[in-house]
Design a protein. Structure first.
Length: 621
């Protein structure tokens, strides 16, 4: 270890001194030969390093002087390092006479040797062997060092240093084409970076790249919603390197669209919507017919939260919307000076209301099939897609990047799969295989056996390098699937599930079969802190449906929180609310997302591992 440190230190000192000398030497004269260097340079800039190596070697072979030959061999060695053909690069480096190099080329020679010698080292070691260029380092030398630092930093998991190196490199590039290529490289990393794992509050340029990457990978319900998001980005990062041409060419968002999007950002979506003039809330729910039990649970949850609020709203007006259409609901809201409507609950009614122009604020309890045509229209609910996204993030946080997916053969199963796949793959994961099971079946053995593809824990067989299996299942099906995974020799394969796998009431004798299973759920159902436990017990005593419809009861509670926040401050994309259904955030199209708690089964009981964005995850390891 002492020898390696001494070597790294000596390389650092030699390279640093070379950079200083190179800075004092000025520009290196470019040798000329029978073969034009333009084709080689073009190949290098395009990332075709194998081709660039061959062309630089051709230039060296036809060089008219020893100095010229050394220069082109050095360029061939640098390109060979980039192509990761280190043995060939070593031969090229050995053949170079450093005494015949210019001062600037000597710095590049030191860099080529450092890159080559550190090829077998860890990414962290390679990063430490490359000093950060200073103001005296020539631009072309600095640019090469910074790209090497960026690659090592990203490989080592030092994401911030990787972005810092690429941003600094952009300032050292002297052509628009090279700067554009560098921006594309930054953008590629920004699209796959988990923003929760990097703190760049003090670096606006990196923050802008990360935000643009998030916008690019997110699926929006409409082009207008995406334009509003990009418009806000342009407004917040107007002097960013990606503004203007880059937005136009990479995201198809030209200058006229950018100007229009700024306007749209101030008109609708989740742009800041001010507090309504009236604080009166109307609960618009189908309190009779097929949905009456669900609607009653939401109503009672709202009332329960209002009773315990520090600063309560006026008592809500309660409308039975079973036989009321969107136009009638809108007129009623206008006539009675309603500030906030909570509802509808049914998807068809939500879609109809979203298409009815009006200024009344709405917190719909379902998702519209079409983009809303009104400002101040927010969409909230307990969709399993939020659980699938949180499960994907939690799995990746544990270092699991290769997943199997098993969901019921139903529309809901398809939606869960799409949500999990979108989040998991956007953040760098890979779905190895997926399958569907019969929701009412009892024997899923054949489906599971095919899905596992030869995985066997005891024989240490994992031909596809699977890290875990993601499952969407109710408690009974979850227990069957867990048992049949064991029967198919997958005892050691971690299982991650949605909150559907927990009934909401501890059943240790039955759920012992789920021991070790990770799942996500709302804090209301699994947080056993003193305050939440007391509130949960009080709710169950006062409202019977707080037990039978616990998710919808919690939805009603958080609907009150959202209405109170809207009445006080308005809502925007920056709003964050710690709710009982999860940590609530609002996206660019006005959809309210829940970020769930993380738990696992221990002795047949759910054990909380972490609340949204915090906590310890050592329980089931």
């Amino acid at each position: 270890m002492t020898t390696r440190r001494a070597h790294t230190f000596s390389v650092f000192v030699v390279l640093s001194l070379a950079l200083v000398v190179a800075g004092c030497a000025g520009h290196t004269p470019q040798p000329t030969g029978h073969h034009s260097d333009q084709a080689a340079t073009k190949a290098r800039r395009a990332g075709h390093h194998e081709l660039a190596t061959r062309r630089y070697q051709n230039l060296a072979d036809s060089a008219g002087s020893a100095a010229e030959k050394n220069h082109w061999q050095l360029q061939a060695a640098l390109s060979s390092n980039q192509a990761e053909h280190f043995a060939r690069a070593q031969k090229l480096i050995t053949a170079i006479d450093p005494k015949r190099l210019s001062d600037a080329d000597k710095a590049l020679y030191r860099l080529a040797r450092t890159e080559n010698q550190s090829a077998g080292q860890s990414a962290k070691a390679r990063l430490s062997s490359l000093p950060t260029p200073d103001a005296q380092t020539p631009d072309r030398v600095a640019a090469r060092i910074l790209i090497a630092r960026a690659k090592a930093a990203f490989a080592a998991g030092n994401t911030r240093t990787g972005f810092e190196s690429l941003v600094a490199r952009g300032r050292r590039l002297n052509s628009d084409k090279a700067q554009y290529a560098n921006n594309k490289r930054i953008f590629k990393h920004a699209r796959t970076t988990d923003t929760s794992q990097i703190n760049v509050k003090d670096h606006k340029i990196i923050r802008g790249w990360l935000r643009l990457g998030t916008i690019a990978r997110r699926v929006y319900p409409s082009a207008d919603a995406r334009d509003r998001a990009l418009g806000r980005w342009v407004h917040n990062f107007s002097d960013h390197p990606a503004s203007g041409r880059f937005l136009s060419q990479e995201l198809g968002f030209d200058k006229s669209q950018q100007a229009e999007a700024r306007h749209l950002a101030q008109q609708g979506g989740s742009a800041k919507i001010s507090a309504p003039a009236s604080k009166q809330v109307a609960l618009a729910l189908p309190l009779s017919g097929r949905y009456k039990n669900a609607a009653s649970a939401i109503r009672d949850g709202y009332k329960f939260a209002a009773e315990r609020a520090d600063q309560s709203l006026p008592p809500p007006l309660i409308w039975n919307t079973t036989d009321i259409n969107a136009s009638q609901m809108t007129r009623r809201a206008q006539q009675r000076n309603i500030g906030v409507v909570i509802g509808p609950l049914r998807k068809a009614a939500t879609t109809a209301l979203a298409q009815t122009p009006d200024s009344t604020r709405v917190i719909a309890l379902n998702r519209s099939k079409q983009p809303p045509k009104r400002a101040g229209f927010y969409q909230f609910g307990v969709q399993p897609t939020d659980e699938a996204r949180t499960a994907a993030r939690q799995a990746l946080a544990k270092g699991w990047h290769r997943a199997l997916v098993l969901v019921p053969d139903s529309d809901r199963g398809q939606r869960i799969t799409r949500a999990f796949q979108s989040q998991f793959q956007d953040d760098g994961g890979k779905i190895v295989a997926s399958a569907r099971y019969a929701p009412n079946g009892t024997d899923h053995g054949n489906v599971i056996k095919r899905l596992l593809g030869g995985y066997k824990t005891q024989q240490h067989r994992n031909p596809r390098n699977i890290d875990f299996i993601f499952v969407a299942a109710a408690p009974r099906q979850g227990r069957l699937i867990r048992s049949q995974l064991r029967y198919n020799h997958a005892t050691g394969l971690p299982m991650v599930a949605t909150g559907l796998i927990y009934s909401g009431t501890p059943k240790p004798k039955k759920d012992v079969d789920l021991n070790g299973v990770y799942f996500v759920d709302m804090p209301w159902r699994i947080d056993n802190s003193q305050q939440l436990t007391q509130n949960r017990d009080a709710a169950r005593q006062q409202y019977p449906n707080a037990t039978d419809y616990s998710r919808l009861f919690a939805l009603g509670m958080d609907s009150y929180r959202l209405a109170a926040t809207m009445a006080r401050d308005g809502l925007s994309a920056s709003t964050r609310i710690g709710g009982v259904t999860g940590q609530l955030t609002i996206d660019d199209s006005g959809v309210i997302h829940r970020h769930l708690a993380w738990a696992c089964f221990v002795n047949g009981r759910p054990k909380l591992l972490s609340m949204p964005k915090t906590g310890d995850t050592t329980c089931c390891q």
